[in-house]
Design a protein. Sequence first.
Length: 83
Amino acid sequence: MRTLLLLLIGALVWWLGRLAGRSSSALTLRTRAKPSAAGPQTLVACAHCGVQQPRSEALFDAAGRPYCCAEHRDAARRASLKT
């Protein structure tokens, strides 16, 4: 009788573990599969190196020129101060 009870408890724990794992992975798949509500984005080219990236990810200087990273923005700023 004791062995049967231990088997039932083990089966219940195993079943709950599978159920919990399945629901979290299903939630992850639903989150990944969700289409982007923003739609297509405009690409802009870095004023320093020319790499293209979405406008939402670009950094802009005071004049509105896009840059791919802060280092390129700062390098352009230093170059303009030298001349």
